[in-house]
Design a protein around this ligand. Sequence first.
Ligand SMILES: O=C(CO)COP(=O)(O)O
Length: 141
Amino acid sequence: MRVKNLELNVALIAHDKMKDQMVNFCYAYQHILRNYGLYTTGTTGKRIEEGTVLSVHKLASGPLGGDQQIGAMIVTEDIDLVIFLRDPLTPQPHETDIQALIRLCDVHYVPIATNLASAEIFVRALDNGDLDWRKLRKKHS
Ligand SMILES: O=C(CO)COP(=O)(O)O
């Protein structure tokens, strides 16, 4: 049996048109995701909890500052992987917050998947232990 690993935390965020995709993704990988601390923007988290067995920590809704709250957690090394299913075809009122979040991932060496194809690879990598190096980074931060 796998020991629950709360040392690594995953952020899950989806724009409105991508929320069904996010719920389906979380449903398919809930056996992996349930082993990690899960942090979401507000509406994404609500949808994930309605559609899966997962419990998540819900922050503010994205347009109201949720992306910035996740960004602050990245700065303190409290987020180790970001799955952000962005809608590339719809302008967002908080585009600057979105860009800031992506930038902080690059600053702090946090892997970020912005579409389903990369999300699947990353979640399997997480399960394989490929992101365990993040624990060392947290330890020394
Ligand atoms: O807008 C978002 C990310 O930029 C997502 O926010 P919600 O999960 O609250 O819809």
